[in-house]
Design a protein. Structure first.
Length: 399
């Protein structure tokens, strides 16, 4: 028999060595942070006390988040921040105005002050707080707070949603009927009224950031795909008076946009077309197409179908603008978590990182993709791509 030759085991690749070392260090850290004795020590040691307190507060905020949201809902429904924005008011005046017992208005005001929705002023009065003033100045936020009552009902058993063992449709899924319907174009005006109004309430804020990041004056005709009741295009019309405008959405939604254009005196340059962009050909003639908070509503296959339809509708050199909140946004990571579970309840779509969107765009035929900086990335990010036959060029800014 031939003699066996002993060979020294080959050394693992350097990357694997670093991965193992990293896992060991992080496992040691995790066990340390989970230790009750370490937590007691860290909360008492002067150099670590502030870190321990900050993390304890963050953990408490996670546990108490639902209660915070309900305090916010009470303030929205009672219009507390709007009343205090007018002028500071005494507790008894607010109790009478809002038809609440004095002890309960005190409970609400003290809780709202803890959340910076209101603040205590001199002579026992209350004024609007920093967050309350921002809330009062953004009707779209208040509309979403009211809307969340449906979402919270759906999330009462998040594990069931994650497992997909729902026996009945969700409230959010019923609110957005196009999400799970085979023929969404059959939606009637009553079905689309509530969600169209909700989107319209927040659209001006989004439009302002999109147009500040990407002015439309360089283009001649814009097609807004899934454009709702035309709120976004109305904002574009004011900023770009020479731009022709087209909107494509479900027939019942497009009818609302047509009425808005008529009321605004835009019928000479804006038109609304009804159809289903998953089934019908898109209107041609636009050199730029916008998808404002549309792609994240759809799963990958449907999103790719939409992008391919846009590619076919655009001329060579035409531009696609995608604007929506994106996962992995630095400093706004919880936004991705929020939309992940909102869209889970809706039954369709997911938040995507810019790299994932660029991959879908590449598959659809788009090239030269680039992120354009926006004023509030937490609210909306803008990704611009071009239909071009050349090699794809990609520019991603992770800021």
């Amino acid at each position: 028999m031939p003699a066996r030759v002993w060979r020294e085991p080959s050394a693992p690749p350097r990357r694997e060595v670093w991965r193992r070392l990293e896992d060991q260090v992080l496992s040691w850290r995790d066990r340390l942070l989970a230790s009750a004795s370490f937590q007691r020590w860290a909360s008492g040691f002067p150099l670590t006390r502030w870190i321990a307190r900050r993390r304890a507060r963050a953990l408490f905020d996670l546990c108490a988040g639902f209660v915070y949201s309900q305090i916010l809902l009470a303030c929205v429904r009672l219009r507390v921040c709007d009343l205090l924005l007018e002028r500071p008011r005494a507790r008894d005046e607010l109790a009478t105005r809002l038809n609440l017992p004095a002890d309960q208005i005190t409970r609400l005001l003290d809780a709202a002050a803890a959340l910076r929705l209101v603040e205590r002023r001199r002579d026992g009065r209350y004024g609007v707080g920093a967050l309350g003033a921002a809330l009062a100045g953004n009707p779209g936020v208040a509309a979403m707070v009211e809307h969340h009552a449906l979402l919270y009902a759906d999330l009462r058993d998040p594990v069931a949603l994650l497992r997909g063992d729902r026996t009945v449709s969700t409230a959010i899924g019923r609110y957005w009927p196009y999400a799970g319907r085979a023929c969404p174009a059959e939606s009637d005006p009553m079905e689309v009224a509530s969600y169209s109004a909700l989107m319209a309430a927040s659209q001006p804020l989004v439009a302002a950031d999109v147009l500040a990041a990407y002015p439309m004056r360089r283009h001649r005709c814009l097609l807004d795909l899934g454009g709702g009741d035309g709120t976004f295009l109305s904002e574009v019309a004011a900023a770009s008076p020479d731009l022709r405008l087209m909107l494509f959405d479900l027939p019942a939604v497009a009818a609302r946009a047509e009425a808005r254009f008529a009321a605004a005196g835009l019928t000479h340059r804006a038109m609304a077309i009804g159809g289903d962009f998953r089934r019908d050909s898109l209107p041609d003639g636009a050199d730029i197409v916008s998808l404002i908070r549309v792609i994240h509503d759809h799963d990958d296959d449907a999103a790719l179908d939409i992008l391919r339809a846009v590619w076919r509708a655009l001329p060579p050199g035409g531009t696609l603008l995608i604007a929506e909140p994106m996962a992995g946004t630095h400093g706004a990571e919880p936004v991705g978590a929020y939309f992940a579970f909102y869209l889970l309840a809706m039954g369709s779509g997911r938040p995507r990182r810019p790299e994932e969107l660029i991959d879908l765009l590449r598959k659809a035929g788009f090239s030269h993709s680039r992120l354009v900086a926006t004023r509030r990335p937490m609210l909306v990010r803008v990704l611009v791509s071009r239909r071009d036959d050349g090699a794809a060029k990609i520019s991603v800014n992770h800021s």
